[in-house]
Ligand binder design. Structure first.
Ligand SMILES: Cc1cc2nc3c(=O)[nH]c(=O)nc-3n(C[C@H](O)[C@H](O)[C@H](O)COP(=O)(O)OP(=O)(O)OC[C@H]3O[C@@H](n4cnc5c(N)ncnc54)[C@H](O)[C@@H]3O)c2cc1C
Length: 455
């Protein structure tokens, strides 16, 4: 049987860090034998660990890495349908298929995620208002169940399992392979307009005016602005650029290699403080001007943070928390205003605050986005007072009919979570049918009461 390594691991926020028993299987049989052996009380899959909190952690239990399951299985050049193993990363997909004129249908703000992680968190991108989540482009996948059986899940076949697995944070089983549609593009570039909004109301107005015109939209918010300027922001609105607009002189489907940076060690936690964050926010807002039709390569547009490897170390040893909430349209203005005010009153600040408009909810039982607006904040963890503050934010979000995102969560309570996810009981029923002993469980799932404490 394969061996494990006891390791202290964390999500991208470096909080919490937990000792887990980490396995690196390289055959499906390794996983089935391991589960049958009962060597660990629970198992959870882990992709590239880009979730921020404890979604892919399993304190004192098994964590299954998917690095050895990273092969392309089949690509249909006519339809753009790609079949691959779940450990394939978005970076690898772009490297192989963008030069052939294909791009991801939906991508989060980093390309260092796996296909399995993207399905299990049902990730969204800057185009949720138009194209929905990643899973909406997934045709089907193969899922290894706790029983050792491998089932084929799609909207038609095993549909309950399909909808429990998209956004199901690895709790229904191990996704082995998936088939999804790539989109055709003429270039590796986007044509981007930048618009400055003087406050939150103005940002909402600009989103509403532009949502139909642009496939991708996102606003960076200066979360330290106050009063009439509260929520002042820079909107970045983009569409894939036609090849004719790319004047680089080379192949429009390729971009130039860019220098990569690395944060070699954890910065002291005082580096990112209220004053340095204020200076950054001020500079960022003022550097940007309203600008039209700028041609920007895909890496700079979708993945600005990926050029700095280990940028999470800039938050120091204690780490940071990313907090993301979505509000329905009717309460977005009030909820987000209150959230930004509370952040400012608490003396805390977010280096990056990102506002997006989101489209209709899909059928994923624990899938995060629904129609409205979503705000993500990165808050340094300087003291334990952060957690009571985040609980207050949870209450605020729930009171406005909103919900928080499991990929970012590390602190919510079971009651708040259940309140925010009305399909939790349906999810638990599907899980109980295929995994009555909770073979698949994570630290987060136990903390939130999605699964019971022990089997
Ligand atoms: C800089 C940055 C920007 C981001 N921007 C966005 C964004 O814009 N939108 C967004 O939605 N998210 C965003 N995220 C979050 C990220 O997209 C998700 O957390 C994603 O799921 C991470 O994928 P991963 O492969 O690293 O999975 P992990 O974080 O390792 O795991 C995530 C979940 O997937 C499960 N899982 C992984 N592989 C499998 C498998 N084979 N079978 C079953 N379950 C599996 C794990 O158990 C876990 O529950 C961002 C993260 C970062 C660091």
């Amino acid at each position: 049987m394969i061996k494990h390594k006891e390791s202290l691991i964390a999500g991208w926020g470096n909080y919490p860090a937990e000792v887990c028993n980490v396995y690196r299987p390289d055959r499906v049989r390794d996983i089935t034998e391991l589960i049958a052996s009962g060597a660990q009380p629970h198992y959870i899959s882990r992709g590239l660990g880009r979730s921020y909190g404890d979604t892919a952690l399993n304190h004192g239990s098994g964590v299954l890495l998917h690095t050895e399951f990273a092969r392309f299985v089949h690509f249909d050049e006519q339809t753009g349908i790609l079949e691959c193993e779940a450990g394939v990363s978005f970076e690898e997909i772009i490297e192989h298929f963008l030069p052939r004129g294909w791009f991801l249908p939906v991508t989060p703000g980093t390309k260092f995620v796996t296909v399995g992680g993207a399905i299990a968190n049902d990730v969204h991108g800057k185009n949720h208002h138009v194209d929905g989540t990643f899973s909406q482009h997934v045709l089907d996948f193969k899922l290894l169940l706790a029983s050792g059986e491998i089932v084929h899940c799609s909207r038609e076949e095993q549909s309950d399992l399909f909808y429990a697995t998209i956004g199901g944070v690895g709790l229904t089983g191990v996704i082995l392979t998936a088939r999804f549609r790539l989109i055709p593009v003429e270039s590796a570039y986007l044509e981007v307009d930048y618009l400055k909004a003087k406050n939150l109301d103005h940002a909402f107005e600009l989103f509403a005016q532009t949502n139909e015109k642009y496939q991708y939209s996102v606003a960076w918010i200066d979360c330290l602005s106050k009063g009439d300027n509260l929520g002042r922001s820079v909107l970045m609105l983009g569409n894939h650029a036609p090849a004719s607009k790319v004047k680089t002189g080379g192949d429009p489907l390729r971009i130039k290699n860019k220098p990569k940076f690395n944060v070699p060690f954890n910065f002291p936690s005082f580096v990112l403080n209220r004053w340095s964050i204020r200076a950054f926010n001020f500079a960022y807002y003022n550097i940007h001007q309203n600008e039209k039709s700028k041609i920007v390569d895909y890496d700079s547009f979708f993945y600005p943070l990926d050029s700095v490897h280990n940028w999470n170390r800039a938050y120091g040893k204690k780490g940071f928390v990313q907090y993301q909430a979505v509000f329905p349209p009717e309460t977005s203005r009030q909820g987000l205003t209150e959230m930004l005010k509370r952040l400012s009153q608490s003396g805390r600040s977010s280096f990056l605050a990102v506002l997006k408009s989101s489209g209709e909810q899909n059928g994923g039982l624990l899938s995060f986005p629904f129609k409205g607006y979503t705000l993500a904040l990165d808050i340094p963890l300087h003291d334990d007072g952060l957690f009571p503050f985040l609980r207050e934010l949870d209450e605020l979000v729930a009171a406005h009919g909103g919900r928080i995102y499991l990929a970012k969560d590390s602190e919510a309570s079971p009651a708040t979570f259940a309140n925010m996810y009305p399909d939790l009981a349906k999810f638990q029923a599907v899980k109980a049918a295929v995994d009555p002993n909770n073979v698949f469980s994570s630290s987060q799932a136990r903390r939130l009461g999605i699964v019971e404490e022990s089997r």
